[in-house]
Design a protein around this ligand. Structure first.
Ligand SMILES: [Zn+2]
Length: 218
């Protein structure tokens, strides 16, 4: 099945009362066309006039690009709800899938017979089935809220995109990478880049074997 917002809302309420003691705030649940992540908790951080950090535009996005088993979609939603819980409670942990995340996922899996994964490995399986060999140019950015983003860009547009980023005060260029990792095959390559928010540690794992391109040489 493909998720609808009604399906997500219905399951969110059910899991919230069942697994999170009804303590999670009702955040917008939206559909995405993402190929690279099945689910994502999105938000921005802003420093308010009081000097404190405020979370803005908090929402959970679930991809409806492909057909999935209903239980897989539910597990993806629960995964994002754990992220929401950790953020909402201000729990500190080492990385987005740190100790608190892992413990909570394990507890839920045990108590409710779920298969909530720390990373969504079925996308890994899907991308293994595609054995085309291609060099991808990946640009990695950070916004002023510290969110990591990436885009796959056409080789002919690299210079133009880098210059455009230099003009955006909100964005910092983290690096430019060349990689043959099939993970990036799923990401549409466009001339006007679309940026995808991603867990920093997940992205760095995918770029482990990539070659860093010196941006001064382009
Ligand atoms: Zn996650």
């Amino acid at each position: 099945m493909r998720p609808t917002t009604e399906f997500l809302r219905n399951r969110f309420r059910l899991f919230n009362s069942l697994m999170f003691g009804g303590e999670l705030p009702e955040v917008p649940l939206v559909l995405s066309r993402s190929r690279n992540s099945l689910g994502c908790l999105r938000y921005r951080c802003e420093r308010g006039p009081d000097g404190k950090k405020h979370v803005r535009d908090l929402r959970i996005a679930v991809s409806n690009l492909c057909d999935r088993e209903e239980r897989t979609l539910e597990d993806v939603l629960i995964h994002e709800m754990i992220h929401l819980h950790i953020l909402h409670k201000g729990i500190k942990q080492n990385g987005p899938h740190g100790e608190a995340f892992r413990k909570m996922a394990a507890d839920i899996n045990k108590a409710f017979g779920r298969k909530v994964e720390v990373s969504h490995t079925d996308t890994a399986r899907e991308r293994q089935s595609d054995d085309r060999f291609e060099l991808h140019i990946i640009i990695v950015l950070k916004d002023d809220g510290g969110n990591m983003m990436f885009s796959r860009i056409a080789r002919t547009r690299v210079m133009q995109v880098c210059r455009g980023i230099g003009r955006e005060r909100r964005l910092t260029l983290v690096g430019l990478f060349a990689t043959t990792n099939k993970f990036f095959l799923c990401v549409p390559r466009t001339t006007t880049p679309r940026f995808y928010t991603i867990d920093a540690d997940k992205l760095m794992a995918e770029l482990k074997d990539a070659t860093r391109i010196d941006t001064n040489t382009i």
